[in-house]
Structure formats: C-alpha cells, structure tokens
Ligand binder design. Sequence first.
Ligand code: WQD
Length: 338
Amino acid sequence: MAILLTGGMGFIGSHTAVELIKEGYEVIIADNLSNSSKKVLERIETITGVKPLFYEIDVAVKEDVMKVFEENEVQGVVHFAGYKSVPESTRIPLAYYRNNLDTALSVLEVMKEKNCKTFVFSSSATVYGDKNKAPFNEEMPTSTSTNAYGNTKLMIEQIVRDFAASWEELSAILLRYFNPIGAHPSGLIGEAPDGIPNNLMPYITQTAVGVREYLGVFGTDYDTPDGTGVRDFIHVVDLARGHVAAINYALKTQGVEAINLGTGKGNSVLEVVSTFEKANDLKIPVKLLPRRPGDIATSFALADKAKKLLGWKAELTLFDMCKDSWNWQKNNPKGYED
Ligand code: WQD
C-alpha cells in the first residue's frame, strides 16, 4: 500500500515525501521533471534512507497514471502536479488551464476506475480572493482571481466537490496553503525556482548569495503596521507534516473538507527581511518600490480547523524559516544545478 505524490519532486512535494516516509508510509512519486530535478530523489534517500519509487511521467496523460495504479497498490494520492507561477499564468493562461486541469482530471478519473478513495489536493489561500478580511477561515466565500493560476486552484476545488457529491466513499481534503518558505534543516532539499524568483523568500536568499543585487519591496503604503504586505509564512516542513496529518485523517473518513495550512500569524515583508538578517547575520540591500499589481495588503489564516480535524499545527518560527532557507541556498547556490 502506497501514497502517490504527483509532482512529488517539487518544493512542497519533496518535503512531503520525506515526512510521509518518516511516518512509515511507502511513497511513490510521479513527476515529469518540468520544473524539478532528478537529484531530489537521491536527496530524499540521503535524508530518509529510503528511495521512493519514481515514475517520470506526465500526470496529464491518463494512461501513464493508470500504469502507476496497475503496477502498485495506491492507497491515496496527494496531488501537487501543476504549474505554479502567478505572472507566467497571466502570459500563458491556456497552458495553465490545460495542464492544471488535465493533471487533476486524469488523477481523479484513474482513482475512480481503480477504486482509490483518498485524495489530498494542493490548493492555495489565493482562493479567498481580495474581498475577505484576514484571518481567512474555510467558511468564507471563495472568489475568482486576477490570474489563471489562482483560478485553476479554485476550479479544481469545485471539480473535487462535484466529484465527491457523485461518489460518497471519496475522502478529499483541499489544503489551502498560505506562504510556504524555509527548507529541510539538512540543507539537502529546498526551493529552486527557475530564473528570476517571483516569491519573496527565494528573492531574499538569491540577494544574500549575490545572484540578485537588491530586494525590491513591493508597496510601502498598505494599511498594515509598517506599510508593507503582511503574509502568513509557514515552514515547508510544518506544511509537509500537515499533509501527513491530512492523509492520516482522509484514510479514515469520507466527504470533502477545505483546510487552511498556515500558522495563524501574519508577518510583514520588512519583518521577514529583518528576521532573515538577524537569523543569518547578513545584510539584505532593499529598494522600496510601488505595489505589485494583484497583491492584497494582508493575508493570514485562521488555523483552528486543521488543529481540530487533523490534530496539526505549525510549530516552527519565522526565525527557523529564515535560517533554513539560507542554509539551503548557501549550500546550493544554483539550486539543484551543479
Ligand atoms: C509575499 C509578499 C509581495 C517578492 C503567491 C501566490 C500564492 C502562492 C505563493 C504559489 C507580497 C512581497 C515579493 C519580492 C516583495 N503561490 N514581495 N518583493 O503573492 O503572497 O503568494 O505565492 O506557488 O498563490 O499568490 O507570495 O512571496 O510572491 O509575496 O516585496 O521580490 O512579498 O509584494 O507582499 P504571495 P510572494
């Protein structure tokens, strides 16, 4: 009996593989390596002593997913496979709809055909849109986004709900991630964006390592304590443990639940910069810039539902996140490239 991680070679998938293995689960990874490196597999083995079975397949191709199910006893699926860049999704929206919807649909179709009833989906706090006021709770109305990436997350949540309504035995968890940063404390796996990073922490670490000249801070006139954006930053290891808790729960239940994975606490962009500087005894040159289109002022979770249903809560601090992000980046200045 195994848990299949689609997109399991990526940032969140690889950390989840490690935590599932530590919990005694057998892990299978299916990934086309479109935005990840084969080296992740050895790194997972170095950390855990176990090399997951790996299928280099495109999860959008249903026959290939079927092959994984034919050759193994798949007990549950954590579905990470998908494109994830917000700005790229505004340039090539059709590619985002095609890939993100096809990967989800092929997995769900195969699960139904093979009677696999446990599904955990990599959703995002972006589904709360710009009308709700933080802390975001799972009962709030969701809304479409200004970008195709966010809309694919919302659409897949709806697809899963419709599917669950037609199949009573399905157990599905929609995990709404806040802002995952940090890296495994070993420094062996971490976030390795392709090209110029869109997200805050990889931009900070690339500035610290000298690849970028300075960090641009997008917006200093938000209605927040210091004027910069506030986000719920969560350590990727905590997030990965949240997936283990979600799988444990989903294996025992039926129906659909949306669950936030966040710390319940917001920190501003400038607080992240100063914590990073303190944690690592470094200076990050910053330049204050206008707001980035599409950003909201404040986003953080109400994290009570995860505690109540899954018995999970985030344990690691912003200081830990900053230390571990830097440990990963300084040991791997070019990510997984040599
Ligand atoms: C955080 C804060 C920026 C970069 C997005 C997606 C979400 C999820 C994670 C991904 C904001 C500021 C950033 C920089 C900055 N998706 N910032 N300078 O926008 O909260 O969430 O990424 O896979 O769905 O929407 O995260 O890290 O981009 O930004 O000042 O160079 O940092 O303006 O206030 P965001 P982020």
